[in-house]
Write a protein that binds this ligand. Structure first.
Ligand code: PHE
Length: 361
């Protein structure tokens, strides 16, 4: 290649380099170009290698032309590297300046306590203020504590209402929290104020309002001259406090072998407001608080003298109360593991009902 041609070639290479550099946005890419241009096989590198092929009298001139081109290319590459570095710093500074650490983060989905637990805690707080202690009893019970001591002997027809799961060891899954009445009396004697929330089991045909596993809160107050009005007053306070609104109560006679007299305290249905719906079996009322004055035989079984002490007991349907509070119409969702029961029990109520009604059709 003659000298003129060589100068043209150098000019083209330099133009190519500066065009290429403008298009490269990262330091690595720019360094790559360095190799491509100046390496032995690179377009400028091969020109450098060809200097020795020129006749000796031209070599000085050629060498100078090629070398100064090499210097300029190197300089251009370094210049571009410096530019990229300042741009990087600037954008990082801009990012840092635009980040506002006081803005709220992206909300993450959160769980919550189970509706039954939430209501249980509320009831515990309420009764603690009234001077009650909270007791727990075993879920696996003896026939004695679950039935006998509660004035339900072996052949008593009341056992039919509470069929349960009998275990190979002769024990049973408790059908009610009432056995804790006996356990608490034995443990503390009289006077006594205790509640016992817990899981109960019955051999039930499962439907929208019956489950084989459900929760109750037992209440027991023993003192001198306790009477039914104390009981009704307490029921009123409790239900108003949990529902956070005025509720209507209705008192009917009820029969339970371990109380005399026995009553049923009903609450107006919180789903339909008392107009009648499937949840309240179109009666407008829900049995929520079976109760009564503790039977003398039960006091005796607990080691408390019925001549000296009287008391009332109740067995609140905790699961049912939670359903009322959150508008959950079908008891089955509570044990189903449906995560909506924890995140949004209210929405779960209506969503699930639509599903059920749809399936029933
Ligand atoms: N244990 C009874 C039941 O489960 C309810 C109850 C408790 C009734 C205490 C009266 C007194 O049906």
């Amino acid at each position: 290649m003659d000298i003129q041609e060589l100068h043209r070639r150098i000019a083209t290479i330099e133009a190519d380099v500066s065009a290429a550099l403008r298009g490269l946005a990262t330091a690595d890419a720019v360094r790559g170009l360095d190799g491509v241009m100046l390496g032995k096989a690179g377009s400028l590198g091969s020109l450098i290698a060809s200097v020795k092929e020129y006749p000796p009298e031209q070599r000085g001139q050629v060498g100078q032309a090629v070398n100064s081109a090499k210097q300029r290319v190197k300089e251009a590459i370094e210049q571009r590297l410096r530019e990229l570095q300042t741009a990087d710093l600037k954008s990082e500074a801009a990012r840092a300046a635009s980040f506002d650490p006081t803005l709220p983060g992206t909300p993450q989905p959160m769980g919550g306590v189970h509706p039954v637990t939430a209501v249980q805690w509320e009831i515990e707080r309420c009764f603690e203020r009234l001077g009650f202690t909270v007791e727990a009893g075993p879920e696996m019970e003896t026939d004695y504590f679950n039935f006998e001591a509660l004035n339900i002997p072996a052949a008593h027809p009341a056992r039919d209402m509470q069929d349960t799961f009998w275990l190979n060891n002769g024990m049973l899954l408790r059908t009610q929290t009432s056995p804790v009445q006996i356990r608490a009396m034995k443990k503390f004697g009289a006077p006594l104020r205790v509640i016992a929330p817990g899981r109960c089991f019955r051999y039930e045909t499962v439907d929208a309002s019956h489950e084989n596993t459900f929760h109750q809160v037992e209440g027991l107050m023993i003192d001198r001259e306790i009477s039914i009005p104390n009981l009704i007053g307490m029921a009123e306070t409790l239900l108003r406090e949990v529902m956070k609104r005025e509720v209507k109560l209705r008192v009917r006679p009820g029969y339970f072998p371990f109380v005399e007299p026995g009553i049923e305290i009903d609450m107006n249905c919180q789903i339909c407001g008392g107009n009648g719906c499937p949840t309240c079996k179109h009666s407008g009322w829900l049995e929520i608080l079976p109760a009564g004055m503790v039977h003398p035989n039960v006091l005796r079984a607990g080691g408390v003298d019925p001549e000296e002490w009287t008391g009332f007991a109740f067995g609140l349907g905790l699961t049912r109360l939670a359903m009322m509070k959150y508008g959950i119409r079908d008891i089955r969702v509570l044990n189903s593991g449906d995560i909506r029961a924890l995140t949004s029990p209210r929405r779960l109520g209506s969503v699930f009902v639509t599903d059920v009604e749809h399936n029933d059709r």
